[in-house]
Design a protein around this ligand. Structure first.
Ligand SMILES: [Zn+2]
Length: 86
């Protein structure tokens, strides 16, 4: 049983950070580093779910919730082409 409310709380925070332009300031590499840390750390510590944390915002930031890499082909469901085919 994963931590759905915690995951969606982080999703809200990511949307707000995006709205404030934080990811533009950070740039793509630091944004990726932050998102990878957020997903991996909170999944380990708080049983969150990367698919929920990155719901919608993953596609916008072009970060796949499965491989947690930046990909040009992340679809509306948050998966890159490679992960869709797995
Ligand atoms: Zn992927």
């Amino acid at each position: 049983m994963s931590n759905h409310s915690g995951s969606y709380m982080l999703n809200d925070v990511l949307y707000k950070l995006d709205e404030l332009g934080v990811f533009k300031v950070l740039g793509e590499d630091k944004t990726l580093e932050f998102v990878q840390w957020l997903c991996e750390y909170t999944e380990e510590e708080y049983d969150t779910n990367p698919g929920e944390i990155l719901d919608g915002i993953g596609a916008k930031l072009k970060i796949c919730y499965s491989c947690l890499e930046r990909k040009e082909d992340v679809n509306e469901y948050g998966l890159c082409k490679e992960c869709r085919e797995d």
